[in-house]
Design a protein around this ligand. Structure first.
Ligand code: ARG
Ligand code: ZN
Length: 863
């Protein structure tokens, strides 16, 4: 969008919501499917909504209108074709509108609407893809009953799927066949889905709590059928969990999942026909890591849970996105926690919140979980709306307690079933069902920025009293200079400085004002503060604690999450001090790591999490000016020290975690995790035999976690084993797209100084393509998050990503827009880098015919 661009993009405002002028109670679709030219006929029953004489507006783009009629009469001459739709004046209260359009799935590289992916035809409609399939009022508060007829060549597309129930199938002419689907539940058009292709089903069934049998199927390429078992298990567990924890039962006789290779994000909750990025379905030990297994279970559950939180109760408009996403992320997080170790799950969730959401909230793209405005809604499927949204639901869960929270969700589902609801509806139901006043809590929905919580604990030995003062402050964010205090549920405990005992149990303090003090009397001994236990509030904590006290807490706190936090704080304080040039002694950090490693009461999975250093980006967030090179040096240095000083312990941990053969149990997963962390410390210690240990592990691995763990380590070094392993890995897995993605990503994440040259070479590799989002993200997305390489002072990293964003925008603007955020942090860097980053954004903005997606992200990032 160049400066003289005439059509400045339209900004959509939250307060501008108006109910629809026309409703569409039913729609009948008829698809004549063909990769090059698909014809879509639509018959809409439309009904005037309220007393007005405004025309009917149908959204549509990227399609050729072939026919248009009203109540059976050709109306092509009356209908006004606008750039993004059709407008027609209608006289009566109800009419039948019929359209016929032509679209081309094969040339749809945006992967929104109907598109082709490795021989399949499939759809993605959320948020505004339906308008690329047919003319329709594309907004989530219009709920319609769908009947779908689809017809295609029987050889190329033997399987024909859509939402709801299959009511008829049969042969038609010229080797074609058809299927008729009928979805009894009215739904918004973003939940419409269709798939046609050569697919095989892995089938199972689930008996609901009321005794109904549901036929389950996961549809994949026939070769992949053996990689669907884990996803199927996760689905059945999720179905049972939602009944048990939320009382929510599945409502149709079929539930289908389809895996596709080209997909813009993780997965999509289309009614009874979930469509997934194949990376969140396909798994076997040889090709998927333990982390992949976890992610698959989480995403399968997430999409299934949407059947209630999203589909039965949907969103009134896209400013309510967090209504379904925040709540559903909270639900999938709780599910995964119940399945495995709650503490480790919480650590992982908080780590990703800090890695993705905190920076977003501190930069130019900061927005509340209910944004005030947008140019392109696709840009608001963010860590804020999803993950901070989930934290906000979690806080309500804490403030109300599990039982009242459940009463609240029961009321919410009962009251809004079959409706398009708002975030306010959710909070109101919580409030009414529980009797807890949530007036002030609502600020969370409209205020951006991560609050900073300051804590100070004063001890009076004479009266054996401790006084805790908590205060909060949220920094200004774009268009929100003033901030109000928010409601913070802060779980605390006091840990005896001598005995390490919890002196008061866990207490939930609710800070509602700027500042407040709390007294604790008759304490048996001087306490240390255990704060924000299990990360009860999504804040940063400022709390002056000595390294010795942090080390003590990391060994003694009775909340595992708090123990992890104390260790992280200890490591972070040390690295920040070193970056600032202060002389600090690493002994306390080393001893604390040693203690954790040798603590027989801890399980391997927890130990592994606890001994990993905070990321380079987390160190950067603590500094006024970020110098990625210096941070990387300091962090590498600490890793090296830990690797060398504790060499024996890493070796012991490594050996004790070896298992005779692969198993998928929580115990085995934890052991693999610690084993690979130990390996990475051995390598960081630059021990002479580290590459050969890694190579041996690589060679004899009977699972992807170990193979990948070894490769992660080798790829950072200069040993001959590095090339051997990369070549062997490629040869073994060529043709397996999901694993080759890992091959690209591993190299893009390398800490070697020549990573940029290598990444540029990889961009020319025959297996590289910008057309597949997974592949593009594996190389470019990974590289843009490799701080030391991306921010190299030569500017080569910036140049490479800029070139790629510009090229990708022509193909897939949503995916391109997601790669811009790292440039937006320019204000945090020294002038040399800041200037280059701004110039990169300017170069993007000066590209002709820029998409709305990229324009919005780049222009906002420059402010
Ligand atoms: N609703 C889907 C999910 O979270 C994601 C859809 C993302 N859409 C988008 N335009 N980014 O399960
Ligand atoms: Zn979702």
């Amino acid at each position: 969008m160049s400066e003289n661009h005439s059509d400045t993009p339209v900004v959509i405002h939250r307060h501008a919501y108006r109910p629809p002028d026309w409703l569409v109670p039913t729609i009948a679709l008829d698809f004549a499917l063909d990769p090059q030219k698909t014809r879509v006929k639509a018959r809409l029953q439309v009904k005037r909504n309220g007393d007005h004489n405004r025309p009917l507006k149908l959204d549509g783009n990227n399609q050729k209108l072939l026919a248009f009629s009203v109540d059976g009469q050709d109306a092509q001459s009356q209908v006004k074709q606008e750039k993004e739709g059709l407008v027609i004046a209608l006289g009566g209260e109800a009419h039948t509108i019929e359209t016929e359009v032509e679209i081309s799935p094969e040339s749809n590289s945006q992967l929104m609407g109907l598109y082709a992916s490795s021989g399949l035809l499939c759809t993605q409609c959320e948020a505004e893809g339906f308008r690329r399939i047919t003319y329709f009022p594309d907004r989530p508060d219009i709920l319609s009953r769908y009947t779908v007829r689809m017809e295609a060549d029987e050889k190329a597309f033997p399987v024909l799927l859509s939402n709801g129930n299959l009511t008829l199938e049969g042969k038609s002419e010229n080797g074609r066949h058809f299927a008729l689907w009928n979805d009894p539940f009215p739904k918004p058009c973003y939940l419409f889905a269709l798939v046609a292709g050569n697919l095989a089903a892995y089938r199972d069934e689930f008996i609901t709590q009321s005794g109904r049998k549901v036929a389950l199927a996961i549809w994949v390429r026939p070769d992949d059928i053996n990689k669907t078992h884990h996803a199927m298990n996760a689905l059945k567990m999720a179905m049972a969990w939602d009944e048990k924890v939320y009382g929510r039962e599945y409502d149709l006789d079929q539930f289908n999942i389809v895996a596709v290779d080209d997909f813009n994000f993780g997965a999509m909750e289309n009614k009874s026909l979930n469509i997934f990025n194949s990376r969140y379905i396909l798994a076997d030990p040889d090709t998927a890591t333990d982390a992949d297994y976890d992610a698959i279970a989480g995403v399968v559950a997430h999409e299934y849970f949407h059947n209630w939180s999203g589909n039965r109760v949907t969103c009134r408009d896209w400013f309510q996105l967090s209504l379904k996403e925040g709540f559903t992320v909270f639900r999938d997080q709780s599910f995964s926690a119940d399945l495995g170790s709650p503490a480790v799950k919480r650590i992982e969730d908080v780590r990703s919140l800090r890695a993705a959401q905190f920076p977003e909230d501190a930069g130019p793209l900061a927005h509340p979980i209910q944004p005030d405005s947008y140019i392109e809604i696709s840009n608001f499927y963010t860590a804020t709306v999803y993950n901070k949204g989930a934290e906000i639901i979690r806080m309500m869960h804490q403030l109300l307690g599990a039982e009242k929270f459940r009463k609240g969700t029961d009321l919410y589902f009962e009251r809004h079933d079959g409706e398009a609801a708002t975030c306010e509806n959710f909070v109101a139901a919580m409030e009414e069902a529980s009797g807890v006043d949530l007036t002030d809590f609502r600020h969370w929905y409209h205020q951006a920025g991560t609050p900073e919580l300051k804590a100070s604990l004063k001890w009076d030995g004479a009266t054996k009293t401790a006084t805790l003062t908590l205060s909060q402050k949220t920094a200004a964010t774009p268009s929100q200079p003033e901030k109000q205090p928010v409601v913070l549920p802060v779980a605390i405990a006091l840990i005896g400085k001598q005995t390490g005992k919890n002196l008061i149990g866990e207490q939930l303090l609710t800070l509602t004002k700027d500042s407040e003090s709390y007294r604790f009397e008759n304490l048996a001994e001087e306490p240390l503060l255990s704060i924000n236990r299990h990360f009860s509030a999504p804040v940063t904590v400022e709390n002056q604690v000595s390294p010795e006290d942090l080390a003590f807490l990391s060994a003694n706190d009775d909340d595992p999450f708090a123990r992890y936090e104390a260790m992280q704080q200890l490591m972070l304080d040390f690295m920040v001090a070193r970056v600032r040039g202060e002389q600090v002694d690493p002994k306390t950090v080393i001893n604390a790591v040693e203690k954790t490693l040798t603590n027989k009461d801890l399980d391997n999975a927890f130990i592994a999490e606890a001994v990993i250093l905070p990321s380079e980006n987390m160190v950067g967030e603590k500094l006024d000016i970020v110098d990625p090179k210096r941070i990387a040096e300091i962090r590498d240095d600490l890793r090296k020290m830990l690797g060398q000083t504790l060499e024996k312990l890493w070796q012991q941990a490594y050996q004790s975690c070896e298992r005779p053969s692969y198993q998928y149990t929580p115990e085995a997963v934890g052991a693999r995790r610690l084993k690979n962390v130990a390996l990475s410390y051995l390598a960081a210690g630059e021990l002479a035999d580290a590459p050969s240990i890694a190579w041996l592990q690589f060679e004899k691995a009977d699972n992807m976690t170990d193979r990948r763990g070894a490769l992660d380590v080798l790829v950072n070094g200069f040993s001959p084993e590095r090339e051997k392993a990369l070549t062997a890995f490629y040869e073994r897995y060529k043709g397996n797209a999901l694993v080759i993605d890992k091959w690209f990503a591993v190299q893009a994440f390398s800490t070697r100084p020549d990573v940029i040259e290598n990444v540029k070479k990889l961009a020319k590799h025959p297996d590289f393509t910008l057309k597949n989002p997974n592949r593009a993200r594996a190389l470019i997305g990974s590289f843009a998050h490799n701080a030391r390489a991306f921010h190299d002072l030569s500017g080569e990293g910036y140049r490479f990503v800029t070139d790629m964003v510009i090229a990708l925008d022509k193909i897939n603007s949503q995916t391109a827009a997601r790669m811009i955020a790292p440039f937006g942090r320019w204000q945090r860097y020294g002038s040399d880098r800041a200037e280059m980053m701004q110039n990169a954004l300017k170069r993007i903005l000066s590209t002709p015919d820029l998409s709305r997606d990229v324009f919005e992200q780049a222009s906002k990032s420059l402010l």
